[in-house]
Design a protein around this ligand. Sequence first.
Ligand code: HEC
Length: 137
Amino acid sequence: MKRLLLVGAALALVATTNVQAGPREDIVALLMAEASAEDAAFAGFSGERGQILFSSNFNTGKPETPSCTSCHSTSPQNMGETRAGKPIEPIAVSKTPERFTDPEKVEKWFRRNCRSVIGRECTALEKGDFITYMMSQ
Ligand code: HEC
């Protein structure tokens, strides 16, 4: 009985690990393919560029949201807040493990937030850099 429970726990662990690691890797792999298509000189994503993207003041989008940090707070590990004051779970993967695991959610929010902050959609390179940075946080 005890052994069965142990096996069950191990299987459950494997299942959750897959749910958390697989989809995010798929999303990053797809972005890599897109980034190479956008630029033949593409040489991989960079967490450093992702950090710059996250914390830059663009001032090319909506005046009230010059930066990703306008809503996600200046530290990816902290809670953020929408303009209406609604809490946003930390964007860092270590704090919110389900981040960047749902392709539709990822696309929807990149589209909306890049338009608000930068005034255009993000490139595949920018998306991959951003996710790479958040995976290190
Ligand atoms: C106006 C407020 C606001 C700004 C500015 C903002 N975000 Fe967000 N972001 C949100 C909200 C709200 C969500 C959805 C709620 C959640 O995921 O907790 C979200 C979610 C996301 C997600 C989905 C993450 C996931 O769980 O898969 C991505 C990606 C994202 N934002 C990227 C960005 C980037 C990149 C910028 C800067 C260019 C940015 N955001 C700026 C409010 C904002």
